[in-house]
Design a protein around this ligand. Structure first.
Ligand code: CP
Ligand code: NVA
Length: 330
């Protein structure tokens, strides 16, 4: 398997074998990290980390992964770069290519990261766009595989806004890997029809399935993995909170949802999550709407079935695999 020079923009661009290869590589890096075996063979290389939206996990994962590989990093925060405001994406890509061996981009439309990749001569990694969050998918799949020992044939149910980066990405990933994907949401929160069509074709090839349903009991029954995400994503206006709370409250992950899924089911969330009043936004929403949690109850979030912190850790190991593979270090 040779992924040297490849961009990592969406898992639509990768085969099942390539995705599994990255998971295997991540598992090897994880094992080495746990045993204290050094992996810092890339001295003299540097990568740029562009963040036009905020981040905890993705930024830390890229920085630690790069450091562990011996790679230097430059972090460009949402306010500190010229990108898009004073300098075009095309010019930025060509400048950064002259200094760096790889570029991470977190921001808005997928088209922006695609344009960056088109003009850059080094690998470009998508650290989240409105449409996709592919590095998160590798972390989730590694976490699921660690728990169940396999991926193929598992039923993964995503509850919430399935039109956005997490819902879209789960559908793509499950379809590629022969898993049974269910989006459980009001109909107007289902993924885009064209993407559904594309994923149906992947699923045909992998023997996976795609189901879209408004029915929570049917949708989550016998699920292996229950996933959700925040109801309002970064970059969306505050005005949408009201409609999201109204439309998506029935799709909150509660103990009843987990019980309906069955005793094997585990819970995943990319984080950050509104499961208690420990956040500024959580408190504001409580004051306005009187609700103490949103997409998941604190009971489920803190339960033994919740693998969210393994999932967060796996961001680093999987991002390390993506950097190493696409920079030709393995
Ligand atoms: N899951 C995730 O992408 O987290 P951050 O927004 O903190 O990077
Ligand atoms: N859908 C969320 C994911 C955060 C990791 C967002 O885009 O804000």
């Amino acid at each position: 398997m040779n992924l040297k020079g490849r961009d990592f923009l969406t898992l639509k661009d990768f085969t099942k074998e390539e995705i599994l290869y990255l998971l295997d590589l991540a598992a090897q890096y994880k094992e080495k990290k746990k045993r204290g075996i050094p992996t810092d063979t890339a001295h003299g290389k540097n990568i740029a980390l562009i963040f036009e939206k905020t981040s905890t996990r993705t930024r830390c994962a890229f920085e630690v992964a790069a450091h562990d590989l011996g790679i230097g990093t430059t972090y460009l925060d949402p306010s500190a770069s010229q990108i898009g405001k004073k300098e075009s994406i095309a010019d930025t890509a060509r400048v950064l290519t002259r200094m760096y061996e790889g570029i991470e981009y977190r921001g808005f439309g997928q088209k922006i990261v695609e344009e960056l990749a088109r003009y850059a001569d080094v690998p470009v990694w998508n650290g989240l766009t409105n449409e996709y969050h592919p590095t998160q998918m590798l972390a989730d799949m590694l976490t699921i595989r660690e728990h169940f020992g396999k991926l193929e044939g598992l039923k993964l149910v995503y509850l919430g806004d399935a039109r956005y980066n997490m819902g879209n990405s789960y559908m793509v990933t499950c379809a590629k890997l022969g898993m049974n994907f269910v989006a459980c949401a009001p109909e107007n929160y289902f993924p885009d029809a064209a993407l559904i069509g594309e994923c149906e074709r992947y699923a045909e090839e992998s023997s996976g399935t795609i189901t879209l349903t408004e029915n929570i009991t049917v949708g989550t029954r016998d699920a292996d993995v229950i996933c959700t995400d925040v109801w309002v994503s970064m970059g969306e206006p505050d005005e949408v909170w009201e409609e999201r709370i109204r439309d998506l409250t029935p799709y909150k992950v509660t103990k009843d949802v987990m019980e309906n899924a069955g005793s094997r089911a585990v819970f995943l969330h990319c984080l950050p999550s509104f499961h208690d009043l420990g956040t500024g936004i959580g408190k504001e929403i409580y004051e306005k709407y009187g609700i103490e949690d949103m997409e998941v109850t604190d009971e489920v979030f803190e339960s033994p079935e919740s693998l969210v912190f393994d999932e967060a850790e796996n961001r680093m190991h999987t991002i390390k695999a993506v950097i190493a593979a696409t920079m030709g270090m393995v």
